[in-house]
Design a protein around this ligand. Structure first.
Ligand code: GDP
Length: 183
């Protein structure tokens, strides 16, 4: 008798400035839901979600920061044994992009050498109707800046919207495709 292999578990952490949409991206990916005025996550924020990529199924164990980034620097134990990380910024908030740079640096210094990192510019819905007229765009971080950082640091790069679901599944599929198959 043969048993199917259990799905390989992948620990994934989210990093990024408060309010960029980390919990919202998880909510979209896991429950396909969005809340407009979401209360900050308090307490435990651990969810699992299976993701099938071709022949392979990965079980993501997703650790959200539970709002700790508001109060203190995150303990390295949070990401030390993670196989994957999403570093999230808000494309309408330049300071959040600067913070994302710091997180990438910290991960490269402190996390596992073979961690797969995706840089995620969230809230794409706020700029998707931008056009070339005189109105000032809400976009404050260009695609080129995001892609540039990703290229420099060897990261996957996506612009997403947790609100409309734009590119959200692609982030998790993209990460899964880069994780070495150890089964
Ligand atoms: P976190 O602190 O990084 O986990 O951010 P949250 O997920 O709590 O989101 C902060 C706020 O941004 C909430 O009011 C969300 O509804 C909103 N938000 C999150 N993602 C998006 C998005 O893609 N588009 C827009 N317009 N708002 C978003």
């Amino acid at each position: 008798m043969s048993f199917p292999n259990p799905a390989a578990s992948v620990k994934l952490v989210l990093l990024g400035e408060a309010a960029v949409g980390k919990s919202s991206l998880v909510l979209r990916f896991v429950l396909n839901d969005f809340q407009e005025n979401k209360e900050p996550t308090i307490g435990a924020a651990f969810l699992t979600q299976k993701c099938t990529i071709g022949e392979r199924t990965i079980k993501y164990e997703i650790w959200d920061t539970a709002g700790q980034e508001r109060f203190a620097s995150l303990a390295p134990m949070y990401y030390r044994n993670a196989q994957a990380a999403l570093v999230v910024y808000d494309i309408t908030k330049p300071a959040s992009f600067i913070k994302a740079r710091h997180w990438v640096k910290e991960l490269h210094e402190q996390a596992s050498k073979d961690i797969t990192i995706a840089l995620v510019g969230n809230k794409y819905d706020l700029v998707e109707n931008d056009n070339d007229d005189n109105e000032e765009s809400l976009r404050k971080v260009s695609i080129e800046e995001g892609q540039g950082l990703a290229d420099e640091e060897g990261l996957l790069f996506f612009e997403t919207s947790a609100k409309t679901a734009h590119n959200v599944n692609d982030v998790f599929i993209g990460i899964g495709s880069k994780i070495p198959d150890t089964s």
